[in-house]
Design a protein around this ligand. Sequence first.
Ligand code: MN
Length: 282
Amino acid sequence: MRFVVFDDSRLGLLRDAAVVDVSDLVGAGETAWPPVFLLRAIADFDRLRPRLLEALRDRRGIPFERVQLRAPVVFPSKVIAAPVNYRLHIEEMRPLVKGELHAIERYGLFLKAPSSIVGPEATVELPFPERRTDHEVELGVVIGRATRDVTMADAMSHVFGYTGVMDITVRGDEDRSTRKSFDTFTPVGPVLVTADEIRDPHALRLQLWVNGERRQDGNTRDMIWNVPKLVEYASRVMTLHPGDLLSTGTPDGVGPLHPGDRVTMEVEGIGRMSVKVELRKP
Ligand code: MN
């Protein structure tokens, strides 16, 4: 199944070029705080699955162009991310980093603020006109159930699905959690694909274009720590909850963004989405 979030907190399933609204089945479609409908749908997925499949088969769809897509990850308890998880990305970062640069084995994982998530066609707001702010395209893993101290052998059974992530990053000396947590710095989407539809998460092409020019073209087969290793490691630090997002790191080709840019990412098997870039208004 391919989940989308659209319009005002509505949950849908993609069927060809149409969106089937299943908000009523999961208590979505309300703007209540906190917006936990997607977390509940993920946690209850096994029970909901027959009704979702029935809706997907029987309900009339809304033409895709008539909905406003939102990020298909809503209110996760955390966004966990992998630093330098591709070898070629280490090499391109060396000139930009003072001191020694290591791979993920030395750094472990870091956190991004969930409030930095935005969806398709959002605007990434650059906070500092004078500082380099980069794009990164990554495979996002969404957790399906409570996960603590899981082993690599069991880790994949805790994965609900996959989505695309841009990990926008101000370069500099502050902690990663500061430089990557500005509002709008985590575009996510366009859809959340359940794990059964991705045959091998370690064979997905990752591409990113700026103003139509391709800047990144990698493949998840080149990760240093693969998905089960990342889930195992994260779950030894903190309990992972349904709906948590784990971003798996960027391949090489990162580069600076400028006001007026249009940035497009495509993760194989998940789809393509774009965002705009502007200076943040004071
Ligand atoms: Mn990253």
